[in-house]
Design a protein around this ligand. Structure first.
Ligand SMILES: [Zn+2]
Ligand SMILES: [Zn+2]
Length: 612
């Protein structure tokens, strides 16, 4: 692997890459902009320009080169080929080797899609402002000015330089030479050649190699705090037409994928056993890559997880804090008489308890450690027809992306001792989450690696729960509650995927999974209360392609079970420990089915947002 920096300047003026940002009032087209208003050279445009020059150079040398990774040599037309480019005696052409070949799946003999990882180029000096240029619209079909129509283009001021970071994933001299040649051969980028735009000068600076393995804390569990250095697109299970939404969290598979990619690039032998054991699927000895959830900066420690479905906050004033309503729901679920129901009704928490407020409560926004969902931007691109050099009709693609600067916290648990060295190596490499890695999307900085602060023990959490239950139901609501010591409470910290069910009535709603984990004691188990929502989950396997969509119980689901009278705590505590440590249901190595028993938040009272 070799890092580099690419510096771009525009000696004859400015640059215009349209189709990325909506044009403001009075302007027909504006050069691509960052959300903060500064200009940017999008990674796709940069790659496209480099690739085109490189393809042209290869053709001038009479070497095989396909067009944009389609596997076809435009000089030697032949019937369409299936699969990836094979122009180079059965191997991909040199352009495909560098830039990738548009393949959806990773061929078995190749480690990555593209040897080049290149991010967007941002201004490297202070940006002063935009300039307007006038142009004349040309009618493409008649090759003439269309009714002499003038239009205005907004371009960055002159004299600006841009800087992009990137790397070659294989440190190979031939590849380095190819990339240097592509950089030198690239003299234009974007539109407006005739109007003095588009001429570019690029200079390439290789960085020194640095591979200091990241020091890991002791133990088989660590917590990571990651900060997005570039926008990220984290795939949703179902895409809608030309719009691709993003998740607001990072599934464990995305973190595991990033680590797997990093290791595949640097390990001499990617079939190395310790590596494969680290990232193996559904194997109890492999590491668990938990979901990462957004957190606000400078919040105290605590679970980075979605709120339980039973959490509520004041609809009027968020400073009134977040409460959990589970104890009251248990009270309602165990009422013995209509008289009790009428009597406690005014005391049940449906409204804000802040003195003088009394406003309706609603489900809280954000996560346990973030005030709201992460900021996103929509990037819209026009699909270009390379043969005609114009936009394909109606081919607009929009991608939602999480903004750079967003923080995520999550854990890697159950780390096998033999995998520690690999993990520390992987965490010292550049990591990218989600789609568009080759364009620099989703690249993250590791802000913190630490041993997680342990929660109270299971025993202690259960005691706290029992005390809170006693206080609320017996003392405050004055109910005749006689189920003390028999309740089990489960809260999902990530989505749960049930194994295939044979048509039972509770198929896939989570109860069967929990009961199966409890084993024999589940005979005679009663479900007192459940709050759960459903979702569709799907995964992406780098070698097998998309997985089948499955129904999942959403994170935040809460289950309260009543144990039969004769069952003792010692009969179940082992199973509960195991469920917390290993997760429940399917795909637990990707962080699905992470569960805690007796969530401390239930007994916490009001949590003030600003104190995390
Ligand atoms: Zn090719
Ligand atoms: Zn209130």
């Amino acid at each position: 692997m070799r890092d580099f920096e690419l510096v771009l300047s525009f000696p004859s003026g400015s640059v215009l890459i349209g189709g990325h940002s909506p044009a403001p009032e009075g302007v027909s087209v504006i050069h691509a902009r960052l959300p903060d208003g500064r200009p940017v050279i999008p990674a796709t445009a940069l790659r496209g320009a480099l690739r085109e020059s490189f393809e042209g150079m290869l053709r001038a040398l009479d070497e095989p080169a396909c067009a944009g990774g389609n596997g076809e040599d435009p000089r030697r037309p032949r019937p369409m080929q299936e699969g990836s480019c094979q122009l180079n005696d059965g191997q991909p052409c040199r352009a495909c080797r560098m830039f990738g070949g548009g393949r959806a799946q990773l061929p078995n003999d190749q480690r990555t899609f593209s040897a080049l990882v290149l991010g967007e180029a941002v201004p490297s000096s202070e940006f002063i402002g935009w300039r307007t240029r006038h142009g004349v619209a040309i009618d493409r079909s008649r090759q003439s000015a269309s009714h002499q129509r003038l239009f205005r283009r907004a371009v960055p001021e002159e004299g600006l330089t841009f800087r992009a970071r990137g790397r070659l994933t294989v440190d190979d001299e031939k590849l380095r030479n190819d990339f240097e040649a592509a950089v030198i051969a690239t003299t234009h980028i974007g539109a407006g050649k005739s109007g003095g735009l588009a001429r570019v000068e690029m200079s390439l600076h290789w960085c020194e190699e640095k591979t200091h393995p990241q020091a890991l804390p002791d133990g088989d569990e660590l917590e990571l705090e990651l900060v997005l250095r570039a926008p990220a697109s984290i795939g949703v299970p179902l895409a809608l037409g030309n719009f691709r939404d993003t998740r607001s969290h990072v599934p464990g598979s995305a973190l595991r994928g990033a680590i797997g990619f990093a290791l595949a690039e640097i390990l001499p032998d990617p079939s190395d056993k310790a590596f494969q054991d680290l990232v193996a699927d559904d194997k109890k000895t492999a590491a668990i890559f938990d979901f990462l959830y957004p957190v606000d900066p400078d919040k105290g420690p605590g679970l980075a997880a979605p709120w339980p479905i039973t959490a509520r906050e004041c609809q009027r004033n968020r400073d009134h804090g977040v409460i959990d309503t589970l104890l009251d729901r248990i009270a309602v679920a165990t009422l013995k008489s209509p008289e009790d129901a009428l009597r406690i009704e005014p005391q049940i928490r449906e409204r804000c308890a802040e003195p003088g407020c009394n406003h309706v409560l609603k489900s809280p926004q954000g996560t346990r450690r973030a005030q709201g969902p992460p900021k996103t931007r929509i990037v819209t691109r026009v699909a270009m027809d390379r043969h005609r050099g114009s936009a394909r009709d109606g081919a607009l693609f929009s991608t939602a992306m999480i903004e750079q600067g967003t923080r995520f916290v999550g854990r890697i648990r159950n780390i096998p001792a033999e995998g520690r060295e690999h993990l520390s190596l992987a965490l010292s490499q550049p990591l990218s989450l989600g789609r568009g890695r080759a364009m620099g999307w989703g690249s993250v900085d590791i802000d913190r690696i630490a041993s997680p602060i342990p929660m109270d023990s299971l025993q202690k959490r259960r005691e706290n729960f029992e005390m809170a239950l006693e206080k609320r139901l017996r003392r405050e609501l004055q109910l005749d509650f006689d189920l003390a010591g028999r309740l089990l409470v489960f809260t999902l910290l990530s989505p749960l995927i049930s194994p295939e069910q044979g048509g039972t009535s509770d198929a896939g709603d989570g109860r069967a999974v929990i009961a199966a984990e409890l084993g024999d004691v589940a005979e005679g188990l009663e479900w007192l209360f459940m709050a759960r929502r459903f979702d569709i989950e799907r995964g992406w396997d780098q070698r097998k392609g998309p997985r089948r969509p499955v129904r999942a119980v959403k994170a935040g689901g809460v289950f309260v079970a009543l144990l039969p009278k004769e069952i003792l705590w010692d009969d179940v505590s082992g199973a509960l420990h195991r469920m917390e440590a290993q997760g429940i249901g399917e795909r637990t190595r990707e962080g699905f089915g992470r569960v805690i028993c007796f969530d401390p938040f239930i007994c916490e009272g009001t949590r003030q947002r600003e104190h995390g």
